[in-house]
Ligand binder design. Structure first.
Ligand SMILES: [Zn+2]
Ligand SMILES: [Zn+2]
Length: 171
């Protein structure tokens, strides 16, 4: 089953990696997989850059099958090496003080910045809890999350990126 890369024929599909629309004419990566809900195959669409971070195995398969495209090799390498990077969905301020960090098991204080996780299962990323910013290194194996977060557009507009980056490295 071959993955595909093509200009989007409409602007209606949303990227599975970041949730934003894929603009008409923009290059989109289609991960092909057996249809989980019926006959034949299904295609999951991503921005190429988002697929590189969140579905590195599929992008690697595409390249190995002769797919001819420039990808961000350092992103592909990091995502392959640190498998849990694929689970990083975004950053946000904790809306309550109830959630426990999936890494250290301590609660995450209300209104502090936290990392949102989503596990990939059967073609979708399902919301799967949170970790402290400072637990990124321990949980993922790297604190270099900014390139991924920027690609996904997952740093809120009201956030200070320098502050976010500093919190990630405060472990
Ligand atoms: Zn995307
Ligand atoms: Zn923690």
């Amino acid at each position: 089953m071959s993955h595909v890369l093509e200009p989007a024929s409409s602007g209606r599909a949303k990227c599975r990696g970041c949730g934003r629309p894929i603009e008409k004419g923009e290059l989109r990566f289609g991960e092909r997989m057996p249809n989980l809900y019926g006959e034949g195959d299904m295609t999951l669409w991503f921005h190429l850059a988002c697929a590189t971070w969140r579905r590195p195995e599929a992008v690697t398969e595409f390249l190995e099958e002769g797919g001819d495209v420039e990808v961000d090799r350092s992103a592909l390498q990091a995502a392959t090496e640190h498998h849990r990077l694929q689970r990083i969905a975004g950053v946000e301020r904790a809306s309550s003080g109830r959630a426990r960090c999936r890494h250290c098991r301590e609660t995450i204080d209300k209104d502090t910045w936290r990392i949102r996780l989503a596990f990939y299962e059967e073609g979708t990323f399902n919301p799967s809890g949170f970790i402290h910013m400072a637990c990124a290194q321990g949980y993922v194996g790297t604190a270099e999350l900014m390139p991924l977060l920027e690609t996904l557009g997952a740093v809120p507009d009201n956030a200070d990126k320098t502050e976010i980056a500093a919190l990630l490295h405060r472990c």
